[in-house]
Design a protein around this ligand. Sequence first.
Ligand code: SF4
Length: 213
Amino acid sequence: MTNSFSPNMIKTYITCPKKYYYQYIERLSMPKSSLPFEKGKKIHALANYYLQGIKIDRIETALNEKEKIAWKILKQNLYYNMDFVKSEFQLSVKLSDFWLGGRIDAIVKNREDYYILDYKTGKAPDNPEFDPQTMVYLLCVDKYLKTYNKLSFVYINLKENKNHVIEFNDDLKNQYEQKLINYCRQISTDVLYKENLSNCKYCEFQKFCNTHF
Ligand code: SF4
């Protein structure tokens, strides 16, 4: 049984334990539309090259119109223009008996105030402050930096040209640790993986559950 979890694993379990079972225990993979994913992938790659000072003129010309708009929004974003620290790298943190981690889009700073950036080309999370990605990444970067003046997580919503900023503090740290440990315990001790029928509409595993819409 695994004791390592990613934000996506936790998110999937919250959405539907049965879906978690199909995806991470049975490791079933179902075809999904690749279009939004491709757009996100291109913008992420471009954003990373740009921050690292790699020439991107030729890649820029290969973007389609929607991608060009998203890229323009990102290039003009206040946070994206701060001092570059590091991009596209893996971090993890240990909480109780569990390892949690993920891949960070970028960290930037303004003096000793640090910002974890996450570019969203699609839908931003419904509850960003307590989204598993926010909680895991803030705890990982808190451990990684050790000292800083301020640490925040910034969702850059490229669709709506909006930023959602979550400022980390000791109270949130305690809440995040507790919530994540609880999720990990729940997942690792679950044997039933019950169906959550309220989230079936866009689920790719419908045919396994015999739900029809
Ligand atoms: S179809 Fe519904 S019940 Fe089945 S895995 Fe998907 S979300 Fe869960």
